[in-house]
Design a protein around this ligand. Structure first.
Ligand SMILES: Cc1ncc(C[n+]2csc(CCOP(=O)(O)OP(=O)(O)O)c2C)c(N)n1
Ligand SMILES: [Mg+2]
Length: 925
């Protein structure tokens, strides 16, 4: 068997010398740095063999280019695999910059001016945090994060990030939440924020106005677009946003453009499971409009992200494995001459073997320490740096602090086709804070700097502030006509304007008349349907509407069949960037699984978080793209608020619009599924979301009125709110809409069926919601027929609406004593009634309890506290004590307590109604 060496002579082993290569202009230059050296354990012969292989590779690269190298490596890997050799996962590339010096483009900006601008921004960002905490100790804020990412942002601001007036439209940029001071500091130089704004950082309630702690569109709607400070939401949101842009383009809603989505992320943040959760979607969808920039400062809040490992390597492997274009941005330009001398690869190996915790240590140590600890590990390394002073060694820069390297990475990412890109940028947390925080474990929390530290910071960055003033940490802004300011403004002008900027320019939509839902309003006669079916029919109608049909975005996480929505597959198609490359198994059927490039349904697979991210992208398109989209995201109600509540919170912050549909809802209405599926609390979890309207309708006409009104409020009247509506799978006859019920449906309650009996002192008022309203109607009959008790039945469509309205009235009354009191809607509806009141719903008792204060008499409630069970509906409603019998019993007991019926009647009722008083307690058992 021939050896490598035998074959060597068949082609020249060494790359052509540089001088020979000069005339081969079209050919790629030889690699700037050699690959890693073999391990020290190898024998001399093995080392020789390795060198020859490498030289052959150098030759191929120099003569045939990178594609040929790739092909050969692939062939080698295939061959090795056929021997049964387990080739190491290729994600583990050396600890080297992906872009070699030879491929670094010329820097297009003025480095000196840009450095000065960046320095002012660094100073002002630091000063706003320091001053806010001097004025108000404990108000918080972060200095060290922006200090580590200033270059990453500034290169973007000066050369890449498109503003809203750019011909391509604005880029979509997610700024790391707690780097907000740096973004404010730039806006201050740009004249978009005043000194007062900066002074009032974290004091939004100040009368002159302040700026929010983190990016919050709710608080700064003309500035921030995307809330980012709940770690881990950004990566997922950014991926689905990038995909949604493609969806809008494919459907012809927006024109294709070169807009990019940039997501700035923390290396610690990448530990949130959501952060990596959707990265394969991004590569599968070839989202080359997406760039992640991970600020790898090696630290999070408490300490190192991977003290004993290497976060850049770990993330690099994960993203490569997922099919991303990975750009490692590790060393800064100071290292280039050293790496160029690293003919044996010892420096690359040393960079690769030192763990992050130790690199963090170097950030806090002297040059002498680094010389001994890092370079001292190998005499060849020591020699490599013997010409450098300790200071030079200490200051060997990291890639994320080197504008030329950052520019090269961004340019390469921006030009890359066919894959999303992640840039893993090595930085120092608290860069420039020196002794007071650079690289220290406490740096994340640092908010104060003394005079000496401020002076050192000023000196390092050359801020023109005098010794007398420096202790006050004044903000610094150069004169408007200075070279620096002109440069800064010119750069932004050239790139399409200042950012971040949130704009609302979307034309409103024409809401179709309510009559498009006439089938729903008329009732179904003898036909039994479930509200889920009614909803699907309405969605189908909306999709056909000439004005809004195109704007509707149906979103399902693999539950379309559960909800009977498969007809939509065929009607409008499922979006796929690839169309349909296969013959679907059910092609012969009417409702086949149709994927299409211009499909309208977003079928997200089993992925509620991703679906919610799509919902947010669609529901905020009016601000992001200037076009109103109407998302309908239908999901198992148990897997909504409980599972992805933080995304829903972010949706509120973003002034998102659209409809969330909690399907198969109700603890006792979804029979059989049991403890994990039966939802009796999503309406409780909906309470905290300020812009969310939550409804639990029973009848098709209620659903129609709510959805119609929602479209009108959000898309015609331009209200910034969204909806949560629960729909059930229990089928029953849908009555026609009673006259005069519209307002009550929308405001939360109305009298659905009055008693046939004359009013009496022992009158009962029964409140029912969702599927339990039918139980309440049965209870009405029991009370009237068996106990001669008159009972009115109210449909409570929304406890949340009633509660919100009532607390608003109470607040107004509190603040305006002596003026005519405002009367909550619920009190208006119940005005003049007397007797007792009983509510029953398929949700926890805390829901009706929220409005107890405004019910004008004794108020009892039945609900479904506790873990669900597998059973049929009758069994579940008995178990949770919410069926008609319990409603009747609760009413009788309330009357007995008020002395309107005898206790003996109630006692007998327990028996007569077939209730076991010693049954299990559903709230506990
Ligand atoms: C979900 C969530 N958990 C915790 C926090 C609190 N928190 C804010 S910043 C931070 C550390 C961030 O570290 P990293 O992502 O590495 O960013 P760096 O500041 O180092 O750039 C933590 C724990 C949060 N904002 N969100
Ligand atoms: Mg970090």
């Amino acid at each position: 068997m021939s050896t490598t060496r035998d074959k060597k002579d068949k082609r020249a082993a060494s790359p052509a010398p540089a001088s020979d290569r000069a005339d081969q202009a079209a050919e790629p230059a030889a690699p700037a740095t050699p690959p890693a050296a073999p391990s020290d354990e190898s024998t001399a012969e093995e080392r020789q063999e390795t060198r020859e292989w490498l030289e052959s590779l150098d030759y191929v690269y120099a003569s045939d280019g990178p594609e040929r190298v790739q092909e050969l490596l692939q062939r080698l890997q295939d061959r090795a695999t056929s021997y049964g050799v387990r080739v190491q996962f290729p994600g583990d590339t050396p600890y080297l910059n992906t872009i070699p010096v030879s491929q670094q483009p010329r820097y297009p900006g003025d480095r000196a001016i840009e450095r000065r601008i960046k320095s002012y921004i660094r100073w002002n960002a630091m000063a706003m945090v320091v001053r806010a905490n001097r004025e108000d100790p404990g108000i918080g804020g972060h200095i060290s994060t922006f200090a580590s990412s200033a270059t990453l942002y500034e290169v973007g601001f000066n050369h890449f990030f498109r503003g809203r007036d750019h011909a391509d439209g604005g880029d979509i940029i997610y700024y790391q939440g707690h780097s907000a001071p740096g973004i404010y500091a730039r806006a201050y130089l740009e004249g978009r924020l005043t000194e007062k704004h900066l002074e009032n950082f974290r004091h939004e309630l100040a009368s002159e106005g302040g700026v929010s702690s983190y990016p919050h569109p709710w608080l700064m709607p003309a500035f921030w677009e995307y809330p980012t400070v709940s770690m881990g939401l950004t990566p997922l949101l950014a991926i689905y946003q990038a995909r949604f842009n493609r969806y809008l383009e494919a459907r012809g809603v927006i024109a294709p453009s070169a807009r990019k989505i940039w997501a700035f992320l923390g290396d610690g943040e990448m530990d949130e499971p959501e952060s990596l959760g959707a990265i394969t979607l991004a590569s599968r969808e070839r989202l080359d409009n997406l760039v992640f920039v991970v600020n790898c400062n090696l630290q999070r809040l408490d300490g190192p992200v991977r003290g004993n490992g290497k976060i850049i390597q770990e993330l690099g492997a994960a993203f490569r494995g997922a099919g991303w274009n990975v750009i490692k941005l590790i060393t800064g330009g100071d290292w280039d001459p050293l790496l160029a001398k690293d003919s044996e690869g010892v420096l690359v190996r040393r960079l690769g073997e030192v763990v992050d915790g130790q690199f963090q240590k170097y950030a806090t140590e002297s040059g002498d320490y680094i010389r001994k600890d890092f370079f001292g590990a190998d005499p060849r390394l020591s020699k490599m740096v013997e010409h450098l002073t300790d200071d030079q060694i200490r200051n060997l820069n990291r890639g994320g602090h080197d504008p030329e390297k950052v520019y090269a990475a961004y340019k390469s990412a921006a030009d890359h086709k066919g894959q999303p890109t992640v840039i893993l940028a090595w930085t120092i947390k608290g860069y420039g804070l020196g002794e007071s925080g650079e690289g220290k474990n406490i740096t994340h929390q640092q908010k104060k700097m003394n005079e000496e530290e401020l002076r050192a910071f000023r000196n390092k960055f050359g801020i023109p502030i005098s010794d007398e003033e420096v202790a006050q940490a004044p903000f610094y802004k150069p004169p408007a006509d200075s070279e620096d300011m002109q440069y800064l403004n010119e750069r932004r002008r050239a790139l399409g304007g200042y950012i971040p900027e949130r704009r609302e320019t979307a034309p409103t939509l024409v809401t179709p008349p309510e009559s498009i839902f006439k089938d729903m309003l008329a009732g179904t006669g003898e036909r039994e349907v479930a509200t889920t079916m009614a909803f699907v029919q309405m969605l189908s109608t909306l999709l056909k509407d000439p004005n809004i049909g195109k704007h509707v975005v149906p979103i399902v996480p693999d539950e379309a069949r559960t909800f009977g929505m498969e007809s939509l597959f065929r009607q409008v198609g499922i979006y796929s960037s690839l169309g349909q490359l296969y013959d679907p198994v059910d092609r012969e059927t009417l409702l086949y699984y149709k994927e299409a490039k211009d499909g309208q349904v977003l079928e997200e697979g089993i992925n509620e978080a991703g679906s919610m991210a799509s919902f947010i992208a669609a529901g905020t398109a009016y601000a992001t793209h200037g076009v109103n989209m109407i998302p309908f995201f239908i999901f198992y109600s148990m897997f909504g608020f409980q599972r992805i509540g933080d995304f829903i919170w972010a949706a509120g912050d973003m002034r998102c619009r659209g409809f969330l549909l909690g399907g198969t809802s109700g603890r006792t209405t979804l029979a059989g599924e049991g403890l994990q599926h039966e939802d009796g609390h999503s309406h409780i979890l909906a309470l905290p979301h300020p812009t969310l309207h939550a409804y639990d309708p029973t009848f098709a006409y209620e659903l129609a009125v709510i959805i119609h009104d929602g479209i009108e409020r959000m898309y015609t009247k331009n209200e910034q709110c969204f909806y949560y509506i629960t729909v059930m799978n229990e089928a029953y006859k849908m009555p026609p809409m009673p006259d005069g019920s519209r307002e009550g449906i929308l405001r939360g309650m109305y009298r659905f069926r009055a008693s046939g009996k004359p009013d009496a002192k022992h009158k009962v008022h029964l409140f029912g919601s969702g599927a339990i309203l039918n139980e309440v109607l049965r209870a009405q009959r029991i009370l009237e027929d068996a106990y001669d008790v008159p009972a009115d039945v109210y449909s409570v469509t929304s406890y949340k609406e009633l509660y919100s309205d009532a607390i608003e009235c109470e607040r107004w009354n509190l603040l305006h004593p002596g003026e005519p009191e405002r009367v909550p809607y619920i009190a208006q509806v119940l005005e003049g009634t007397q007797g007792v009141y009983v509510a029953a719903s398929d949700y926890m008792k805390a829901l009706p309890a929220a409005i107890a204060r405004w019910v004008p008499g004794r108020f009892d409630f039945l609900g479904t506290d506790g873990f669900g069970r597998s059973s049929n509906r009758a069994g579940l409603r008995d178990f949770f004590e919410v069926d008609a019998r319990y409603v009747a019993l609760a009413a009788l007991r309330a009357l007995a307590r008020d002395g309107h019926v005898k206790t003996a009647v109630v006692k007998d009722a327990v028996h007569d109604l077939g209730i076991d008083p010693n049954k299990a307690n559903p709230a506990r058992d």
